[in-house]
Structures are given as C-alpha cells and as structure tokens.
Design a protein around this ligand. Structure first.
Ligand code: S3P
Length: 423
C-alpha cells in the first residue's frame, strides 16, 4: 500500500490514548497459557505480532477467547500441535516460544516469514542447547525444529543486552530443576521478570543478573498499558512539527524502556510526565509534548537497549536538531525486521537529510530542511514505515511511502490517531 504524507503547518493538537504495548502483550498471553486457570488480559494489542503469539498458544491447546478482554483458560500444560507454528514477522514470538517449547515432552516446528527467516537465532539456540535442548535449524535461522527434552539449569552470561534472549532463557528455566541465572552486559527491558513475579514465580534480579527457579504460575488479571515505542512517533512529531502541543495518555514508563524520554530531555525538548501511576506491576503515565528547538546529542552504551526500537524515529528527530548527533553501540539494529541502520540512512538521505551510516549506528548533521518530493521504502519494516511518516510531516514536498501496510505489525491504529491530532 502506498501512502502519501504532506507537510503540516498548523501543528498537532489534542490528546490521544496510546494502544497496548506489544512486548507486554506477548508476555501476557504466554504466561497466562503457562498458568493453570483463567487469566484475563485487558487491552491486549491488536498488532499482528502479538496475534501471532496468541494463535500459537491456541495451537498448543490453550483456550483463548476475545470478549471485551482476552480470556485465557489453560491447564498450564501445553499440547503437541497439529502442524507448524507460524511466528509471522515476530522475532519476539519465535525466541520466546523456543524457550517455552524446548523443555516440553513433544516436538514442534517454529516458522516465520521471509524477514524473520533471515534473522539470527543462534543467540537462543546456543544457550538452549547448553541447557540440553535439541534444536535443528537452517544454519541458525528459522525454521526451528525443536525436539522437546528435559532441560537442565544453566548460568548463562550473554554478550548481548537482549530482552528476547533473556526471556527465552527465563522461560526455559521456569521449567528446570535448580536455579537458572542469566547475566547481560546492560539491563534490557524487564517486563518478563516483572510479570513472572506478578504471577508468583520464584525470580529475582541483582544488578545485571536474573535468577529463576522452577515455579507454578498463578492465573492473573493483567492490564496492558500503552506502548512507549508507539508513543515515540507522536513524541517526535510533536517536537518537530511547529505549533504542536499534544498529550499522549496511558503510556508505559518502565525505566528499562524510557531511553527516548531521557534523550529528548538532553536535546532540550519540552516533555512532561503527568499522573504517574502503577498498572499490573508497570509504571504508567501521560506525556505532554510541545514543539521545541532541539540540540544534538550522543547516544551510546547502556541507554541503547532502553530505546533500541525508537532509533529510526530518533534519527528523524536528530535531522531537526542543531549540531551533530552520533548514535553508536547499536549494531544489533542491523538484525531487526530490516537492517535498520542501512534502511533509515538510505531513506532519510533521499528526502534530504545529512546522515551517514557507521558500522554500529549513524551520524546526523542538523538542522536540515527536509525536501521530500520522492518515494521512500519501508523494507517490510513497521518502524521504518512510521518513522518515514513522521519525517513526511516536516518535508517541504509530499513523500510517498511504499509498503505502508507494515504498520499493522505493531500499530494498526497509527494513522487514525495521527489524523485525530491533525483535525
Ligand atoms: C523486545 C525486545 C527487543 C525489541 C523487540 C521487542 C521484547 O529485542 O527490539 O522489538 O519484547 O522483548 P531484543 O531484545 O532482541 O533487542
């Protein structure tokens, strides 16, 4: 689908509620499936990725039904699936389910779409194999054929700060005798740890190490808050479109996800948190954004996992900041739904940004008047589609985004909410 986006002169105004967090939705449906009894998930994401996880849980014998909420009835035991389990475009689904399925007493096959089949799975195959798992793959890529085995515990030190890898090992450890520990170089998002605790698991974290023991999960009522990674597009749009003043309601503010807020503050952006509260073990608040003049910043090291998914739209933000913004230590961006370093640099260059690719990030000189007036590509990547849409709002000439339908992976409501702020 092609989408034309043009410059907005009158500013974004008003307030919107941010739809459900994708990361928390995946975890809610998996953990509810592993608990014995009825769980209620309020505000489950409508994105295609969490729906892939939900479908897989159903294929594993879990009873799930949407009333107003998502009602999960499970025995806590999964059943051998009738066919392959399709993770679609979702790396989170594949890596989490590998951790769940490796220790079951049945075999299973996880498949994915073209993009997911190119993404590295060695990061989960290797530690799971050390735990006794048997996983056959296509040179460490999907499809993954998992021959269920009794796993044993492990002390794993990861060289990647990845919540997907961490969660995979914690989910495998949930089913193992003894203590499993996972140590990461920097702290990645900790939704899995929080939700496991919320559902009664024996889990604790000390600095960068998380320890889990075999546990029985209690069913729960889980309310999913809004996704800060979705809010990020409006945070950036509100900062760079002149005359904007907006409020984003119900945004998850877990400190392992709020890197973008720290960076916007460092850039001099006008951002305010209102009504901070706690929902199902996660910090939540409303965010007020006003159009701001911005200065460049360097983004590197331990903040990277706290804003990893926001880096494409932060690149757009940096084109509108005075000075040289440097983003480094983000080489794993090349392993996302697309090579996000190459993709964002190529597409922002087309519309007139002064941006250069480096091995582990990019360098942007601003402030630049973006010209647009061309077609841009999404690389089948939802975050590219939305980042380019935001860039289009400040281009002098309209841009045409090819493959805009990819937004449905995480944020089907994106354009409708954008239009609400423009009306
Ligand atoms: C996610 C973790 C991140 C992120 C992804 C969702 C999660 O991946 O990029 O979109 O829900 O745990 P990594 O942990 O591999 O960096």
């Amino acid at each position: 689908m092609k989408k034309s986006v043009k410059k907005i002169s009158k500013g974004l105004k008003g307030e919107i509620s941010i739809p459900a967090d994708k990361s928390i939705s995946h975890r809610a449906v998996i953990l509810a499936s592993l608990a014995n009894g009825k769980s209620i998930i309020k505000n489950f994401s409508k994105g295609q990725d969490p729906l892939s996880t939900l479908q897989i849980c159903k294929n594993l014998g879990v009873d799930a039904e949407f009333k107003n909420d998502l009602i999960i009835n499970s025995t806590g035991k999964l059943c051998s699936p009738a066919g392959e389990l399709d993770c679609g475009n979702s790396g989170t689904t594949m890596r989490f389910m590998a951790g769940v399925l490796a220790g079951q007493n049945f075999n299973s096959i996880l498949t994915g779409d073209k993009s997911l089949s190119k993404r590295p799975m060695k990061r989960v195959i290797e530690p799971l194999t050390l735990m006794g798992a048997e996983i056959l793959s296509k040179d460490n890529h999907a499809p993954l054929s998992i021959n269920g085995k009794n796993l044993h515990n492990i002390d794993y030190v990861s060289n990647l700060a990845s919540a997907q890898v961490k969660s995979c090992i914690l989910l495998a450890g949930l089913n193992c005798e003894g203590k499993t520990t996972f140590t990461e170089p920097y702290i990645s998002r900790d939704h899995t740890e929080r939700m496991l605790k919320f559902m009664g698991a024996n889990i604790s974290t000390c600095r960068n190490t998380t320890t889990i023991e075999k546990s029985v999960l209690r069913p729960q009522i889980i309310e999913v808050c809004g996704d800060i990674s979705s809010a990020a597009y409006f945070i950036v749009a509100g900062l760079i479109v002149p005359n904007s003043e907006i409020i984003l309601k119900n945004v998850g503010l877990n400190p392992t996800r709020t890197g973008i807020i720290e960076i916007v503050k460092q850039m001099g952006g006008n951002i305010e948190i209102l009504d901070l509260r706690n929902v199902s073990g996660e910090e939540v608040g409303d965010i007020k954004i006003t159009y701001s003049s911005l200065k460049a910043v360097t983004i590197k090291g331990e903040i990277i996992p706290k804003l990893i998914d926001e880096l494409p739209v932060i690149a757009v933000l940096a084109t509108q900041a005075d000075g040289t913004t440097i983003i480094k230590d983000a080489q794993d961006l090349r392993n996302k739904e697309s090579d996000r370093i190459k993709a964002i640099v190529t597409e922002l260059k087309k519309i007139g940004a002064d941006i250069e690719e480096t091995q582990d990030g990019f360098i942007i000189n601003g402030k630049t008047e973006l010209q647009g007036g061309c077609e841009v590509e999404t690389y089948h990547d939802h975050r590219l589609a939305m980042s380019l849409y935001v860039a289009g709002l400040v281009c002098n000439n309209p841009i045409c985004i090819n493959g805009f339908e990819w937004v449905n992976i995480s944020f089907p409501e994106f354009e409708q909410l954008c239009n609400k702020l423009l009306s």
